[in-house]
Every structure is written in C-alpha cells, then in structure tokens.
Design a protein. Structure first.
Length: 150
C-alpha cells in the first residue's frame, strides 16, 4: 500500500500542511477531535492494538464527549487503523468504520496518500458533525499536528 518513503519523506511539508488544514476545517464544525499518527512500523503488533496504545498515550480518551478519532498509519508495514472513542463508535453507522477503512486502503494501494488521508478526515469530520455538532465557541482540546512516531 505504501511506497518506500522514509519517516522524513512520507509527507512533504506541503502535504503535511494540506492534511492539518483539512483537520482544522473539519474540527471547526464539531466538538470532536481528529488526530493522525504516522509511524514506520507498528512494532510487530496488530495496528488496532498499536492505535489503542497511542490513543491512551495521546490522551484522546480525555475529551468531554468521548468523541476523538485516531487515524493510525504504519507505512513500512503497509498497514493502518481507524479508532474512535466510545461515543462516536456507538453513534456512527455500523458500517462506517469498515467503509472508511476500505476507502483509505484503496487510496493507499494506488499511492494517493494525501487524498486518502484528507478524504478519511473529511468523512470522519462529517460523521462527527452529524452526531456532535459544535455548540458555542470551539475549544481545540488536542493539537492538530500530525504525530510522527518511530
């Protein structure tokens, strides 16, 4: 799914900014939080399990409405995971996560990484807005920057 990009070149600075702008735009319409973590490998563990570890490490479970979403990518392992906190997981249509995973996999298979990530952010943002629309002033509880791990 991924090319042989290195940690420093998986995303260019311009691509990084496009993705962060997409996150910011979609978070403005919801109380939910969207984060992206990119690592080269998921330490020979299941990507869902690694995403769960990161979800806790990044304090994503501390949002008041329990509606954070982590998009985890292990590019050298050619794998990824989508992980939603308990409230958004319950509220989203049962097929939502599977559909988004298939869509992201399709884009990655065709080496359209930024398009895949921004499409996923857009769809997650739309789902968050549907169930957790912004009320009043938006407080950004978690940073929008992409986390680059090991």
């Amino acid at each position: 799914m991924f090319t042989n990009r290195t940690k420093k070149t998986f995303l260019t600075e311009e691509e990084n900014e496009v993705i962060m702008t997409c996150i910011r735009e979609h978070e403005l319409r919801t109380s939910g939080e969207i984060r992206i973590c990119i690592e080269s490998r998921c330490s020979y563990m299941d990507p869902i399990e690694r995403a769960k570890e990161l979800f806790v490490e990044l304090n994503m479970w501390k949002t008041p409405e329990r509606n954070g979403v982590l998009i985890y990518i292990a590019y050298k392992d050619k794998d990824f995971a989508l992980l939603g906190d308990e409230a958004i997981f319950k509220e989203a249509h049962p097929g939502f996560w599977a559909t988004e995973s298939k869509r992201l996999g399709y884009y990655f298979f065709h080496h359209h990484f930024v398009k895949g990530i921004t499409t996923c952010v857009t769809n997650v943002g739309d789902e968050l807005e549907k169930h957790f629309p912004r009320k009043g002033e938006k407080k950004n509880e978690l940073p929008d920057e992409i986390i680059f791990g090991k």
